[in-house]
Design a protein around this ligand. Sequence first.
Ligand SMILES: *[C@@H]1O[C@H](CO)[C@@H](O)[C@H](O)[C@H]1NC(C)=O
Ligand SMILES: *[C@@H]1O[C@H](CO)[C@@H](O)[C@H](O)[C@H]1NC(C)=O
Ligand SMILES: *[C@@H]1O[C@H](CO)[C@@H](O)[C@H](O)[C@H]1NC(C)=O
Ligand SMILES: *[C@@H]1O[C@H](CO)[C@@H](O)[C@H](O)[C@H]1NC(C)=O
Length: 487
Amino acid sequence: MNHKTHWLWILLLCAAAFTQGQNGGDESPTESVDVTVKYNMRKSLDLDQKGCYLNAGNKDCLQQCGFNATAKTIFIIHGWTMSGMFESWMHKLVAAVMKRESEANVVVVDWISMAQQLYQDAVNYTHTVGKDIATMLDWLQDELDLPLEKVHLIGYSLGAHVAGYAGTHVRGSVGRITGLDPAGPLFEGVEQEKRLSPDDADFVDVLHTYNRGTLGVSIGIQQPIGDVDIYPNGGEVQPGCSLGDVLAMAGNFMDVMKCEHERAVHLFVDSLMNRDHVSFAYQCTDPDRFKKGICLSCRKNRCNNIGYEARKMRKRRNSKMYLKTRADTPFGGYHYQMKMHVFNRKQADNADPIFHVKLIGAHNDTEDIFVDVHDNSIGLNLTNTFLVFTEQDIGDLLRIHLSWEGDAESLYSVWRKIKSSFWGWNGNPSKPVLEVRRIRVKAGETQKKFTFCAQDPLKTEISPGESLTFVKCRDGWEVKPRKRLPM
Ligand SMILES: *[C@@H]1O[C@H](CO)[C@@H](O)[C@H](O)[C@H]1NC(C)=O
Ligand SMILES: *[C@@H]1O[C@H](CO)[C@@H](O)[C@H](O)[C@H]1NC(C)=O
Ligand SMILES: *[C@@H]1O[C@H](CO)[C@@H](O)[C@H](O)[C@H]1NC(C)=O
Ligand SMILES: *[C@@H]1O[C@H](CO)[C@@H](O)[C@H](O)[C@H]1NC(C)=O
């Protein structure tokens, strides 16, 4: 086993033992581990209610539990646990699934006794538990002609790989597996028989929320392992999960990791609950291109809904999809791609502007949003493409307010001014002047394109401390009238 991985998990276990005092790590020798998997079919939203247990081989339990073979069957599979109890996300997910699919057979797969062992032992049990689930599904097929295409396995963390093994071993192919931030350590880079993979179900969708390496390992698997792999916020820092945010909520270091890892579950719950506000993720070759706003297209299946509503797509492996989210439910926001040509006609070659845009909509306005071009600076005599994300629904976009931050407004610009004046003694001492005539906008959520033109056609020049207003002047992006086609 990789040393770094080993040390990371030892660190986690120590932290767990420390934070949980007497309840911490189970020190009993491994031979006492209970290897029975329990299938708890939920009848009530209250997880403290016992529910009803399915036992392969015992036909009576199917009747008692009210198992409906023609309805959907949804198995929810937890991951590695330090507490030896269901964590609070389980209650939320079960409740959301049951509300959404009131007729479905919702079954919680309980392998807690195996999952609370040392991480590497729990990894070892994923195969055993996956096989056990396959046996249960095979028995349901035999007894009830259960249609496997209506079976959906939802696994979080290690549970995602358990679902993968279940899909491998079941007779036939399950309809869908959803992996919620599948575990990374000991799974990253291994052959696909030993982790969740697209072959494990008709459709495998994966949400990746904790892709940041700590000591060189990532809690969530980084590589794409499904038919659709979605990386909210790049799979990097999830909004609301920074150390500062978590500490402000009286959390600790463990809670920071949990916040990001578990975010996958909460995004999925959000997709079950907020049906009228489905978020899209957009295919992109890398996260940096996405951050630049280059990838907001829905053509040729390049976008998909995130979470429960994800559409099954033609197998398109190793394609990564991205979106930005808010910090809390409802997580969905609004993405805009903007393109703006910045003319430099007055020798402002060293201008290095800092731009902000404010979007004015039919219902509300945004704050000033930094124009982040993700290279170093705004390109002059070039078309700059950038992504603007807004958290609230401003309604139809009516106007865009472009401002150039004045020299006195930030330390950064003061520093830049010092730098440029140091090098530019002989330069032009007057204010730099740049020109922007129009901004082209594409809204990701509606896929509509618009062109915004300077409100006053004579006022297209901008200098530090000044601003320009653009109004919608055209649907679409057409700049010149299209040449007439020969008849
Ligand atoms: C079983 O599920 C099907 C499909 O959801 C539904 O039409 C039927 O009414 C259910 N049967 C019972 C007894 O609930
Ligand atoms: C995994 O389990 C097998 C038995 O199923 C055992 O032989 C092996 O030593 C275990 N590996 C680890 C790393 O615990
Ligand atoms: C942009 O083009 C103008 C001429 O239109 C030229 O004077 C200026 O040097 C160019 N600036 C850059 C950075 O290319
Ligand atoms: C407009 O947005 C602000 C936040 O920028 C928010 O506090 C306010 O409630 C919003 N107003 C409406 C009508 O949505």
